[in-house]
Structure formats: structure tokens, C-alpha cells
Design a protein around this ligand. Structure first.
Ligand SMILES: Nc1nc2c(ncn2[C@@H]2O[C@H](COP(=O)(O)OP(=O)(O)O)[C@@H](O)[C@H]2O)c(=O)[nH]1
Ligand SMILES: [Mg+2]
Length: 321
């Protein structure tokens, strides 16, 4: 399905059809267009000059890849000696290779490995980032791998949030532990871990409220969930997955900063990469934080969560997939 013949392209195994990469490609089109905008007139040179390198670096920064990744790619391009008939594509090949270098170390699927079971996966992130939808997608992915899954409605702040998770649980045919609106999330989590342990569930995925406007409250709430979890199973939570909305661009990076501080973060899932010109922020996140990136969201449907394939993504970002 991909033109990517590199060794790690086998990470894309299991992706059916090319529809999602088309959608991803569409999502990154604005990014790649911006990157190539300034490349006219480059043909025939064996080295890029300072102005061209400056332009490229600016374009990378404008595309949300961040100053560090941009500087790194610039340095790589400055070293490169091109064929006399170097064209846009040859340059973008180099850009893609360097982006892949940045992304490869953080590609890490969310595996179910906890013993004893269940593996407790706490999902955090600001409201609207795509937490609840991502939880449903993850649950579906685990079910496809024959794992048993349970959900915990730890976002008790809004009744709609509990309802939304319950609808997904119902559709997926899995159980959900929930409490009253405005109830104590930690007690929901307590009940859920007990039930999941008794029933020998493989993965317990916990939804949480993302009220960033009150950092203190959020911190207290998450700390309490951690305490309760630790009492039942010292290894829990096994994963603290931060869900980030790519359309937030650089703001997504400050969210990493804040959630690292209030909750600890073991890995990231970036959503909404299907419809944004700001997908380059994925590269900035990888370069600046080095946190594992487990998967990416490319749509609102249940099977719109995709493995994080660094080589393919790098080529999509550079517009040569
Ligand atoms: N286009 C697109 N929309 C998404 C994606 N993930 C989530 N959404 C939508 O984003 C909105 C907020 O998602 P939700 O899961 O309720 O976010 P939460 O408040 O963090 O739980 C919903 O309309 C979702 O359908 C994605 O990968 N792509
Ligand atoms: Mg939600």
C-alpha cells in the first residue's frame, strides 16, 4: 500500500487499504505544500546556498515542526551534495529521511504486557482533544487482538462524557464502570480496577476529565486516582497516555509540558491528523520530548486509529509518500 520500501515499513502491516494514508496525505498536504513552496530555482545546484537553507528552515518552522527539528533538518541539508539535476523531490527525500530519524525512536505501540492483569491505561488530555473517541478506538484495537477490555468513566465532570463512553462500550460489547455525574473519579477507578481484576480483564482503559483551567484541581484529581490505583496494584497505572489534538499546533506542546508536570506521561497519541495543516507538530513533539508515540488518529470512526509508522509519516509530511 505504500511506496515506502524501507525496512521498518513492516510496522504498517495490518493497515487495510490505502484510504487512511490518502486521508493522512490530504491532512498533510498543506504542510508539504508550504515546505516545497520555496524550492523553485533550486534545480541544477549541487549544494543549497544559505538563502535557500534559510527559506527551508523557515518553512519547516512555519509548518509546526519546531525550531529544533528545523535546525536539524537544515544542518542535514547543508551537508548534502546533490546531483547536478537535483530537484524538489531529491531535496524532500533528504528532508523525509531526517524526519524519519527523528520519529523512529519514539514509535512504540501500546502493548498489553502487564502481569498480573489488568493493564491499567490512564488516558489524559484537555477536553475536546479526542480522549473518549481514542479510548473507544484503542478498546476496538485490543479486541481485535483478542484481549478483553473494560472501560472506566473517570470523567465524571459532565454527564454527557459518561454517556458518550457508555455508548461506545455498548457498541463494542464491553463492560463499563461508571459513577454518578459529579462523583469521585477515584472511586469509579477503584471499582473498575476491582471488577477488572476479579474478571481477569486484560486491559482497563480509564477516561478522565481534562479541566486544564484549574490546574490545581486537575492535579489533585489525577494524584488521587494514582493513589487509589497504587493501593490496589502498585504497578498501576501501567500507562499514562496523553491525547493531543494536532490542530492545536504549538499549543499541543505546552499541553505536554503541563500534563508531564501534573500527571506524568508515559506516551502520546496524536489525534485529528486527518484534517490539519499543523501535523508537523508531531515531529516537534518527538524531537523535543522523546516520549513514545503509540498511535495516531486519522478520523472519527472506530477504526481510525493507526499505528505510528515513522517512515511512512515522514514521507507523507515531506509530500513524497
Ligand atoms: N477528524 C477527527 N476528529 C476526531 C479525531 N479524534 C476525535 N475526534 C473528534 O473530536 C471531538 C472530540 O472528541 P472526544 O473524544 O469527545 O474528546 P474528549 O473531550 O477529549 O473526550 C469529537 O467530535 C470526535 O469525533 C480524529 O482523529 N480525527
Ligand atoms: Mg471525553
Amino acid at each position: 500500500m505504500s511506496t515506502d520500501g524501507s525496512p521498518s515499513s513492516n510496522q504498517a502491516a495490518g493497515i487495510a487499504g490505502s484510504e487512511w494514508s490518502d486521508r493522512l496525505f490530504g491532512g498533510f498536504r498543506k504542510t508539504s505544500e508550504r515546505l516545497t513552496e520555496n524550492l523553485a530555482g533550486i534545480v541544477g545546484k549541487t549544494r543549497l546556498d544559505e538563502t535557500q537553507l534559510d527559506d527551508l528552515e523557515d518553512a519547516l518552522i512555519m509548518s509546526d515542526l519546531g525550531p529544533r527539528a528545523a535546525a536539524r533538518i537544515r544542518a542535514r541539508l547543508a551537508e548534502e551534495r546533490f546531483e547536478r539535476d537535483a530537484d524538489e523531490r531529491a531535496i524532500m527525500e533528504v528532508v523525509a529521511r531526517e524526519i524519519a530519524e527523528i520519529l523512529r525512536p519514539v514509535a512504540k505501540p501500546l502493548d498489553i504486557v502487564a502481569f498480573p492483569r489488568p493493564q491499567v491505561i490512564l488516558v489524559i488530555g484537555v477536553n475536546g482533544s479526542g480522549k473518549t473517541t481514542t479510548i473507544a478506538k484503542l478498546a476496538h484495537l485490543f479486541q481485535e487482538q483478542d484481549y478483553s477490555v473494560m472501560l472506566a468513566a473517570g470523567d465524571t465532570f459532565r454527564a454527557a462524557a459518561i454517556g458518550q463512553l457508555a455508548v461506545w462500550a455498548d457498541r463494542l460489547g464491553i463492560s463499563i464502570v461508571k459513577g454518578p455525574e459529579g462523583g469521585d473519579p477515584a472511586s469509579v477507578v477503584f471499582d473498575a480496577v476491582k471488577a477488572a481484576t476479579e474478571q481477569g480483564i486484560d486491559a482497563l482503559i480509564v477516561d478522565t476529565a481534562g479541566r486544564l483551567q484549574n490546574k490545581r484541581e486537575l492535579m489533585d484529581e489525577l494524584a488521587k486516582i494514582h493513589r487509589v490505583l497504587g493501593r490496589l496494584n502498585p504497578a498501576a497505572p501501567h500507562d499514562v497516555v496523553l491525547v493531543l489534538d494536532a490542530t492545536n499546533g504549538q499549543n499541543a506542546l505546552s499541553q505536554i509540558e503541563i500534563f508531564k508536570e501534573v500527571a506524568g506521561v508515559s506516551g502520546l497519541i496524536m489525534t485529528k491528523l486527518d484534517g490539519t495543516a499543523r501535523g508537523g507538530v508531531l515531529v516537534a513533539a518527538a524531537e523535543q520530548y522523546g516520549l513514545p508515540i503509540h498511535a495516531i488518529g486519522v478520523g472519527e470512526k472506530i477504526d481510525d486509529l493507526r499505528p505510528f509508522n515513522p517512515d511512512l509519516l515522514a514521507r507523507v509530511i515531506a509530500g513524497i509518500a
